[in-house]
Design a protein around this ligand. Structure first.
Ligand code: BG6
Length: 505
């Protein structure tokens, strides 16, 4: 299969290659990039993990992963064997000098074969406790020291609180240049999340009204129907605030609230996003109960099927106080957003799998229609649907057909599926390609990660200091605990039922 011969050769080393992430996400993404001819002609993928396995067993396992999880479905024999010939595996503890020496030898051998120094990506798909050792090992091997060619990819969770995130950043930046470190937030690789930037800054229609004068409030919902699956061990120590809000939801908020950058350069965009995080009004300890709500699912029903309580999930403590639902009310203290509430909510085992941002506009300043005409009046609403059924909906008022003057809401819809025939790449495809090209725009800089931790720290501390007494407090299959309604009701608002393409309000 002809590849891009213009690009520099590249070696992608995956630490933790025997794990779930490599199996479900990374290798299917790399295989799709290969099929789309986005990888250079000379590339190699080197897996490192403790599990004993030879190259063939490794390839076979990854093939099963691609068959199951690739957006294109099962592999096609010839292209897979071509791709698989680039995959090799090292069994061993990568902190041991022997594994390190073997890895360095393999990298040097590839350079010799390719007649020049390849770019190198070291992907740390390992548990957070191993990152420090792996990073130190890479540094001491001297294989990741060329700032223009070598990159390190770090998965979330990036720390478990502000102090540990600062310590991790300090460690990594003492070993590598910041420009070499790619902290992944896979939401930023989603096509529709990136489309927020295009929507806001490639169109002149909405930007003039994108501020406190016209916008009443903003809601960001990332709802999941799944529970914690096989990740109970990790999740029970994390909870929804750390797992979803600190990263994905705050990043979406940044894209909605940021000022226009002067260019699409990595630091231009990231500077504007970090400005938003800095401007978020700190939550004082005594107001946490008014600004944040937590919940945990009990037994319930999802799509007609019984779902277990969180505390009955594998590897979860029987008396767990971990939140599986979190909602926040945030204010951004700057010129554009003063006084506009941003409501964020996310949870597991909710009623539907939906991620969307809803912008609620202020009512028209003067109501000239008689009350009888506006019975079902609703303020204008703009919905950016991230998943599923990606698209944008604008809800406007229209005259209902008939001789009576009666107004009602109608939706103008844009659906990715209708507008484009090509399928969107998976988030990991976009992000891996960016790493290969050395474009860090969609990755988290150290200060972004730390600012995001600062935003949620008061809530984490207050929640840890006062364990909940009412868990579980929402049944699986609902929209979360009733207390979440109070968060919005205090400002005279209410959570909106999703209104993405095809849905009813
Ligand atoms: C991950 C979280 O970052 O995002 C998971 O750790 C969550 O708990 C997942 O399920 C959601 O991602 P997506 O792409 O399915 O919305």
């Amino acid at each position: 299969m002809p590849m891009n011969s213009q690009q520099e050769p590249i070696v992608i080393v995956i630490f933790g290659a025997g794990g779930d992430l490599a199996w479900r996400k990374l290798v299917p993404a790399l295989y799709n990039l290969f099929l789309d001819r986005r990888l250079p002609e000379r590339f190699a993928i080197v897996g490192v993990a403790r599990h004993e396995m030879d190259d063939n067993a490794f390839r076979q396992r990854l093939r099963e992963g691609v068959d199951l999880f690739s957006r294109r479905g099962k592999v096609e024999e010839q292209s897979w064997s071509e791709f698989a010939s680039r995959l090799t595996y090292f069994a061993g503890d990568f902190t041991a000098p022997t594994t390190g020496a073997l890895l360095r030898e393999r990298l040097e051998q590839l350079d010799r074969e390719w007649n020049g120094r390849a770019d190198r990506v070291f992907y740390l798909a390992i548990s957070p406790g191993l990152i420090e050792t792996a990073a130190r090992q890479l540094e001491s091997l001297g294989v990741c020291k060329d700032c223009s060619r070598d990159r390190l990819v770090v998965e979330k969770p990036f720390g478990r609180d502000l102090a540990s995130a600062v310590a991790l950043n300090r460690l990594l930046t003492s070993l590598f240049a910041e420009s070499q470190i790619y902290r992944i937030d896979h939401y930023l690789g989603k096509e529709t999340v990136q489309n927020i930037l295009a929507f806001r800054f490639a169109n002149s229609l909405f930007e003039p009204i994108w501020n406190r004068r016209y916008i009443d409030h903003v809601q960001i919902t990332v709802a999941e129907t799944v529970g914690v699956e096989e990740r109970g061990g990790y999740y029970d120590k994390a909870g929804a605030l750390r797992d979803m809000v600190q990263n994905h939801l705050l990043q979406i908020l940044c894209l909605i609230a940021m000022e226009p950058p002067v260019s699409f350069g990595a630091d231009e965009v990231r500077n504007k996003k970090v400005d938003v995080l800095h401007a978020i009004r700190p939550i004082r300890p005594e107001e946490v109960h008014r600004m944040a709500v937590r919940g945990q699912y009990g037994r319930g029903t999802i799509s007609g099927k019984p779902a277990p309580a969180y505390r009955d999930e594998p590897e979860v403590a029987a008396d767990s106080a971990t939140e599986t639902f979190a909602a926040l009310k945030l204010f951004i203290d700057n010129w554009r957003w003063q006084g506009v509430p941003f409501y964020l909510r996310t949870g597991k085992r909710l009623n539907a799998k939906i991620s969307e941002v809803t912008i609620l506009f202020r009512p028209a300043p003067h109501q000239l229609f008689p009350p009888a005409a506006v019975e079902s009046w609703q303020p204008n609403r703009l919905v950016l649907r991230i998943q599923p059924e990606e698209g944008i909906v604008t809800r406007i008022q229209a005259k209902q057909p008939g001789t009576r003057l009666l107004l009602g809401p109608v939706d103008m819809q844009f659906r990715y599926r209708d507008a484009f025939t090509t399928t969107s790449p998976e988030a990991y495809e976009t992000l891996l390609l960016d790493v290969i090209r050395g474009d860090a725009t969609l990755f988290m800089r150290a200060d972004q990660v730390e600012s995001a931790w600062s935003v949620i720290t008061p809530v984490l501390e207050a929640w840890e200091a006062a364990p909940p007494t009412d868990f579980p407090d929402y049944p699986a299959g609902s929209w979360g605990p009733e207390s979440a309604d109070l968060l919005t009701a205090k400002e005279g608002h209410s959570w909106l039922q999703p209104v993405g393409p095809e849905d009813e309000a």
